[in-house]
Structure formats: structure tokens, C-alpha cells
Design a protein around this ligand. Structure first.
Ligand code: PHE
Length: 330
């Protein structure tokens, strides 16, 4: 009896306890052998013998179950320890990508205007003379066409020099009042530190009944937008000329590098020119057959903004695809 209990208690693993089980409870085990003796026992002793044997069996069984459970848990714990995967030790070995600074800046600009309920419109990269120039108050032989360094195609079409032609198309398809922006690539024959033959613009156009849109509206949205993009800057408007706007203004922000003190980036003026703007010229409305309307427009050079935000010195470097430059924007 004691001996059997010890056999159970001393089992060290599931294999050993299974052997003990067969030895004690098996068909030819100790208990079976004891029960088999029943037939040789005198009748009057049979009852006690059976009772004792059953008590013994129950005790051993209880002990066995407890021990087996204990060994099973031990086994489980050990297996988990040996075979478990340590997820915290996993490190992704690949390279993660990032938005190109031009896309990043473009998205930020678009986000602002979408939040102000501007509709986003797109148009063709190859344009005809009417949409790119004439409708924008740039008649043939007008000297202001020179401002745009145009790529002319053999068939008389051009690579659009700005996204203003999208606004002409939009005005012909829609009726005021509306607020829209036209983001996209534009092309000019120009290449130096701050110019590439392809760059991106976001131009905005707001049109409503006369007297419902004013230069004051233009000013307030631009001040708000420029502070959203550049933080706490001062904004100033300088009289300028664009064929499609009258009056026109160029917009400057106080230099974000020297806070207006004067430095190399702002040519020691304390100001950075960031965009062109103005009230839509009546000739533009005439070209799209609008009457009694007024509106304002402005044009943002996305690369110019990206250069300022990311302090990029040479615009051309953005389009060379050099991974060493692009990696810095992760
Ligand atoms: N279309 C002008 C350009 O590309 C930008 C601009 C738009 C200026 C609207 C004034 C008003 O140069």
C-alpha cells in the first residue's frame, strides 16, 4: 500500500506515471490481481475484503489523478518555454518607404483647401492655346506670354505652363458660386537652383456674384493658409502684374529662417515670396461667358513650399531620384 503510493508520488514525468498506471490499474495490474483473489476468500470475509480493496483503489486513484495533473502542467509549462516564439524579438528587416517631399507638401496644401470646402479639379497636361493662354487674357503675341517659357508641340498644342487652364475648363462646366483648386504638374523651359522643367502647382479659384467675393476675402484666406503651412509668420501683399488678375498681388511671408532679421535665404530682406494672387480679370470672365461675377485666384508653387519647409537648397535634387536624399524624409 505505502509502496504503491510512493510509486505514484515519485513519478517524475508523464511517461513514468503512465507506466505506474499500467502497473497499478492495468488489466494485469496490482489491483486487478488483488480483486482476482476474491474467489479464493471465504464468503464471510469477502465483504470486508472487497470494501478495503475498494477504499484502497479510490485512494490510489485520487492520488494518481492529482499527480498526473501536476506532471501534465509541468510538461505544458516546459513545452511552452521551449517552443514559444518570442514575438518581441522580431524585427522587420526591409526598408520602409516615405512620401516624396513634393507629394507630402501637395497633400498638406490640398488638405487645407478640402477642409475649407474647395472642390478639387484636374485637367489635361497637354493643352491648347485657348485654355492655356487666350482665355486667360494672354492673346497671341502678348509679351506676357514670355513669362511662361512654354514647351510648344509640333501640332500647335503646348505642355500646360500652369494649372489655370483647368480653371477655364471648370468655369465652362460649372456655374458660380464655387470654390475650387486645381493641383497638378506643369512645364516650363527653365532649369537652375530653383527651377525644373516640370514642377507642381495648386491654383485656387473662387467665384460668386459681384460684391460677394472681395480682395479682403482673398487676403484673409491666404493669411490663414500661410500660417497653417508655415506657422506664426507675418504676411504682406505687394502690387504685381498677372494677365489673368486685376488687381494682382505677390504675397510674401516673413523669413522662416531668420524670423525677418535678414539672412542669405531671404537675400537679407526678411521676406520670402511665396505666391501670386489677384482678383479675376474681367477679360477672363468674358472668355467663359460669365456676367456679373467677381472672383479671386491664386497660384501656389508646391516645390517652392517644399524647399522652404524641408530646407532644400537645390530644387533639381528632388527629381534626381537619389535614394540618399529621399531617405532623409522617412
Ligand atoms: N497662373 C499663375 C502662374 O502660373 C499663378 C497665379 C494664379 C497668379 C492665380 C495669380 C493668380 O504663374
Amino acid at each position: 500500500m505505502k509502496e504503491l503510493e510512493e510509486k505514484i508520488s515519485n513519478s517524475k514525468n508523464l511517461k513514468e506515471i503512465e507506466e505506474v498506471r499500467i502497473e497499478i490499474f492495468g488489466k494485469k495490474g496490482v489491483l486487478a490481481t488483488q480483486f482476482a483473489k476474491m474467489k479464493d476468500i471465504p464468503n464471510e470475509e469477502k465483504k470486508d475484503f472487497a470494501k478495503n480493496l475498494n477504499i484502497l483503489k479510490a485512494n490510489l486513484q485520487k492520488l494518481f489523478e492529482l499527480k498526473k495533473e501536476e506532471l501534465y502542467l509541468k510538461h505544458l509549462e516546459q513545452t511552452l518555454k521551449e517552443k514559444a516564439v518570442d514575438v518581441s524579438s522580431f524585427k522587420y528587416q526591409g526598408e520602409s518607404g516615405a512620401l516624396h517631399p513634393v507629394n507630402f507638401t501637395m497633400d498638406r496644401i490640398i488638405d487645407y483647401f478640402v477642409s475649407m470646402n474647395f472642390e478639387v479639379a484636374e485637367g489635361p497636361l497637354v493643352e491648347d492655346d485657348f485654355h492655356n493662354f487666350q482665355a486667360l487674357n494672354l492673346p497671341e503675341y502678348h509679351p506676357a506670354r514670355e513669362m511662361q517659357d512654354t514647351f510648344y508641340l509640333d501640332n500647335g498644342l503646348v505642355l500646360r505652363t500652369h494649372t489655370s487652364p483647368v480653371q477655364i475648363r471648370y468655369m465652362k462646366k460649372n456655374r458660380p458660386p464655387f470654390k475650387m483648386i486645381s493641383p497638378g504638374a506643369v512645364f516650363r523651359k527653365d532649369m537652375d537652383l530653383t527651377h525644373t522643367p516640370m514642377f507642381h502647382q495648386v491654383e485656387a479659384l473662387v467665384v460668386a456674384k459681384e460684391a460677394e467675393v472681395s480682395f479682403a476675402n482673398l487676403k484673409s484666406i491666404l493669411v490663414d493658409f500661410l500660417r497653417y503651412m508655415f506657422g506664426d509668420v507675418n504676411v504682406r501683399f505687394r502690387p504685381s502684374f498677372f494677365p489673368f488678375t486685376e488687381p494682382s498681388a505677390e504675397v510674401d511671408i516673413s523669413c522662416i529662417f531668420c524670423k525677418g532679421e535678414g539672412c542669405r535665404v531671404c537675400s537679407h530682406t526678411g521676406w520670402l515670396e511665396v505666391l501670386g494672387s489677384g482678383m479675376v480679370d474681367p477679360n477672363v470672365f468674358k472668355a467663359v461667358e460669365y456676367e456679373g461675377m467677381s472672383g479671386y485666384a491664386f497660384g501656389i508653387g508646391v516645390e517652392r513650399f517644399a524647399m522652404l519647409i524641408h530646407r532644400i537648397g537645390d530644387l533639381r535634387s528632388l527629381f534626381e531620384g537619389d535614394i540618399r536624399l529621399l531617405e532623409q524624409f522617412r
